[in-house]
Design a protein around this ligand. Sequence first.
Ligand code: GTP
Length: 300
Amino acid sequence: MTRKINLPPKKERHKLFGSVEPGVKLKPIEKDKMPDLQNTKKDFLFTIDAVGISNVKHPVIIKSELNPQQQTTIANVKMTSKISHDAKGTNMSRFTEQLEKYRQSGGFVLTCNNLFDFTKELAERLKQKDASIEMTFPWFYERKGPSSELIGLNHADAKLTVSFEEGVGFKTSASLTCAVTTLCPCSKEISEYSAHNQRGYVTMHVEFTDDYRGEKDWKAALLHAAESNASAMIHPVLKRPDEKMVTETAYENPRFVEDMVRLVAADLYELEFVQAFTVECRNEESIHLHDAIASLSYRK
Ligand SMILES: Nc1nc2c(ncn2[C@@H]2O[C@H](COP(=O)(O)OP(=O)(O)OP(=O)(O)O)[C@@H](O)[C@H]2O)c(=O)[nH]1
């Protein structure tokens, strides 16, 4: 039989588990009477390149050339600024205040112009000459089966970074990691039949040209650069006719990890809004426990 419990009131329950009455409090409770340690001015020896907050989860609205053309996703946000050697600390609360301002104005929309305004205002709010924001988020896009045209959602990991510095201007960069299929050319060449294949992850880091304002959707462009050069694309929904096409397409387009980074680099080279790039490919080898990796960097 279940034991009947004589439940005390909540306050008593808290006491039972160790809560105590508040102690004597002598320190001021008014903001203007509190010491402001972080605003102490003295020679603190070193200038700090970046101080701020990271790992902030925040809903953001992103636009895309691919369907769905607008979506709300969760970004992991990092915001920083420099502080000079004569200031003890930054004002941490102002980073989240700035984020909240954008949320309350109808949601934080991740466009270049919005991030330019955001970083400039953040620098002003912090009374500093610079500010940066980095947004990492999953981006979802529709993918059709090649034969059935049945739609499902895929996603890639995206990162957009904007930095503002007084007298210098804005710097914008981005990264995208997406999954592809790669089929081993060596395996195809030496085997009587079949060829092993694997899921490859292509990561592209790009610096945008100074005049880029998001006219072309960088996410869709980077995704295309990776997928159009792979052995085959990854699909959420495949019926048998689709599966046959994907399998044969991979066999017709074998790729080493080296081939992948060079071919993707060629596409990024052709994108006018890209100033510099790094391409990495990591194949989760199906015939090994280890991964095969390659990377290259280029500045135009
Ligand atoms: N600078 C700094 N602040 C920190 C750190 N960790 C936590 N904080 C806290 O961030 C909180 C808010 O700081 P501020 O933004 O300077 O708060 P405030 O001075 O009341 O706000 P303002 O009126 O905007 O200047 C403080 O309670 C700090 O203790 C840290 O490592 N560095």
